[in-house]
Design a protein around this ligand. Sequence first.
Ligand code: SAH
Length: 392
Amino acid sequence: MPAYPQIVLKRSKTDSARRFHPWIFSGAIKRMDNGISEGDLVEVFSEDGEYLAIGHYAPGSIAVRIVGFERIANVRTLWDERFRNAYGLRKTAGLAENAATNAYRLINAEGDGMPGLIVDWYNGTAVMQTHSEGMHREAHTFAEILRAIYGERLRAVYHKPHSSKGSGKAGGQYLFGEKTGGLITENGLRFNVDWERGQKTGFFLDQRDNRSILSGYAQGKRVLNTFCYSGGFSVYAACAGASLVHSVDSSARAIEWTDENIALNETGSEHQSFVADVFDFLHGAPNDFYDVIVLDPPAFAKNISARHQAVQAYRRLNLAAFKKVAAGGIIFTFSCSQAVGPGMFSGAVTAAAIESGRNVRILRHLFQPADHPVNIYHPEGLYLKGLALAVW
Ligand code: SAH
């Protein structure tokens, strides 16, 4: 068995690892071997010498991101197992090998036992994002594993490091194959995905199920899709027969992508897009005009310390929508801030509802889809939550 360097935890700090939480915080460490550097695999022990876990070391507040709770002889075998298991789960969830949907998340970090790693599948191209040095170092190994799993279906592997390591075109590279067209289908609808220049891996796969749900409310309606990015919700609404769809984003490039994606699909709707700040746009919008409003802002809280301000921003945003939506209208409102949990988010929306004085009912609680699974021992992994609301 390979000897990994060791970290020993303080006596009072072993509970979270025993409950299979995948992070060891730096304050839990009693001592560690000399010479451990960022990205190294380390074994974690209790003071009594009990083996607890193996994971990647990093010098920040999360000192170890755990990849397993059992001793391992060969880390490559562990990676193989994790990838095959993740693929099997996407098959079980009806996503892999589905002609109507050929884009899905294959590896969802902690949700697939791979903290620090995201792999999204876009119709033949796997786009990998590494958020830790440990996963970053293994990128070539993961590309090999992807080739073994997908065989001929894999045309390219694009590695897009996390922004702290330089992202975008300059930082990204093809580990296998070369640039291909980015055309995907999702529930039979067509989108072009630009993983080199786009946000995250290029497309917000996490809203797939919620976009479908929105379709059911869009026919014959005037729909406003705010923070539209590449127009996911807009395309679904237009294809479901909305009478009119307005898409708003502050990024001109996002609006170009939205227009392209609308053009890729046969829609009978009138579509108009606006490069604008959503708060300004909502303030200037006519009252009682929109029947359906989608609010899907970027994460307002990037960490716990920004939480209070984020909650206030959610309240203001939702208040602006409550003031504008037509009587009998529908609001789809979301938060993708990990630091703002579902209860806190509902609280912010409730505060906005009270302030607006409108009659508001919750039709549905919305979450991330099955290809973004949440490890039950890591509830922080549930980052996307939303509400479908009926407003009178
Ligand atoms: N709903 C999208 C994803 C939204 S990502 C989808 O399903 O694909 C968040 C988007 O909000 C980004 O495109 C970003 O450019 C945009 N954005 C951020 N702040 C904004 C603001 N104040 N006004 C308008 N757009 C904003």
